[in-house]
Design a protein around this ligand. Structure first.
Ligand SMILES: [Zn+2]
Length: 68
């Protein structure tokens, strides 16, 4: 017998084998998705595209374009 506690809702569960518990260590698919959502929201995805700093030394002043 395997016993565990759901890390989301803290319910204690037991099962004969893990094969009978596809959502281990979560009590249900709902709790599994809650945990997955926490990963996506908090840690896994960095908000916004990562833009490497690209120096543009000629962006201001070095190139003078006389268009007036
Ligand atoms: Zn749960």
């Amino acid at each position: 017998m395997i016993q565990a506690r759901c890390p989301i809702c803290s319910k204690s569960f037991s099962t004969p084998t893990l094969a009978d518990w596809p959502t281990f260590p979560f009590c249900s698919e709902r709790c599994r998705l809650v945990d997955l959502g926490r990963w996506i929201d908090g840690q896994y995805v960095v908000p916004g595209p990562e833009v490497p700093p690209s120096p543009t030394p000629q962006a201001n002043g070095s190139i003078e374009v006389d268009e007036e």
